[in-house]
Design a protein around this ligand. Structure first.
Ligand code: FE2
Ligand code: FE2
Length: 244
C-alpha cells in the first residue's frame, strides 16, 4: 500500500527548525563534532531548504521571522538562512549549492558559543576590546575563538561543501579589517562570506529594531562601514532593490 506523505505546515517547519537549531547548539557546544550532530544538522539543512522555497519577499519575511520566543541563539541561527538566501538571490548568486552552504553555515556558525557571551557582543559593543568590562577573560577567549571552533566542527562533516567552513570562520570579519579572529579586510573576504556577514548583521539589526525597522536605516548605518568591494556592492544592491 502506498503511504501518502503530508507536507509540514510552514509554522510547524519554523518550530521544528528552532528545536533542531537548539539541539545543534547543545551538542556542538558540549561535545564538538559527532555523528549525531552531523545527522541532526543535515535534517536542519533539509528543513531550512524546504522552508526557503516558500520564503516571501524581504518585508514580509522580516515580519514573519518571529524572533521573540525561545532560545536566542537557536532562533538567531535558524532564521539566518532566510536572510542569507534572500541576499544571494538579490545578487543573482543563488543556486541549490549556495542555499545549502548558507543553511549549513547558519546552523553551525555560533554553535560553540554560550548565550550570554554572544548576546553581550551582538547587542552591546562592536569591538572585542570593549568586552573587557562585560565579560571574564575566559568568556572573551571563548567568544574570540568561536568562529574557528565552529569552522573546525563543520570541516569534519562528511561531504561538506568546500566554502562552508570558510564562511563560518569569516563571519565576524569586517570590510575594514577590524573584525576577528583574522582581521581580514574586504580584499581577502570571500564573496559568499560577505553575503553571510551582511545577512548576519541585518538579522542582528532587525533583532533590536523590529518594532520600527526600516531597511533605509540599516543601509544608512552601514554606508561608511561597507565602503569597498563586495560589501559595498551588496549594500548598493540592497538600496536599489525594491522592498516588497
Ligand atoms: Fe551569530
Ligand atoms: Fe558569531
Amino acid at each position: 500500500m502506498l503511504v501518502q506523505s503530508k507536507a509540514l505546515p510552514s509554522e510547524k517547519m519554523i518550530d521544528v527548525s528552532d528545536e533542531i537549531s537548539f539541539a545543534i547548539q547543545e551538542m556542538a557546544g558540549s561535545f564538538g563534532f559527532s555523528e549525531e550532530l552531523e545527522q541532526i544538522t543535515k535534517a536542519g539543512i533539509d528543513l531550512a531548504l524546504k522552508a526557503i522555497q516558500s520564503s516571501p519577499p524581504l518585508k514580509k519575511l522580516l515580519k514573519n521571522l518571529n524572533l521573540e520566543s525561545g532560545n536566542y541563539l537557536a532562533i538567531h541561527s535558524s532564521r539566518l538562512p532566510y536572510l542569507a538566501n534572500h541576499l544571494t538571490k538579490m545578487m543573482g548568486w543563488d543556486s541549490e549549492s549556495t542555499a545549502y552552504k548558507m543553511a549549513f553555515a547558519a546552523l553551525i556558525h555560533d554553535s560553540t558559543l554560550d548565550f550570554n557571551v554572544h548576546a553581550s557582543y551582538e547587542h552591546g559593543s562592536k569591538k572585542v576590546e570593549d568586552l573587557n568590562c562585560m565579560l571574564t577573560a575566559s568568556e572573551i577567549e571563548n567568544f574570540v575563538q568561536h568562529t574557528k571552533k565552529a569552522a573546525e566542527i563543520a570541516a569534519q562533516f562528511r561531504g561538506v561543501p568546500p566554502d562552508v567552513d570558510m564562511i563560518i570562520a569569516q563571519h565576524h570579519e569586517t570590510c575594514g579589517g577590524t573584525g576577528f579572529p583574522y582581521k581580514l579586510n574586504h580584499t581577502r573576504i570571500a564573496p559568499l562570506s560577505c553575503v553571510f556577514i551582511i545577512a548576519h548583521e541585518l538579522l542582528i539589526y532587525y533583532e533590536s529594531h523590529s518594532e520600527n525597522f526600516k531597511i533605509e536605516d540599516f543601509i544608512a548605518l552601514k554606508q561608511d562601514e561597507y565602503f569597498a568591494g563586495y560589501f559595498k556592492k551588496i549594500l548598493v544592491e540592497l538600496a536599489l532593490f525594491k522592498i516588497e
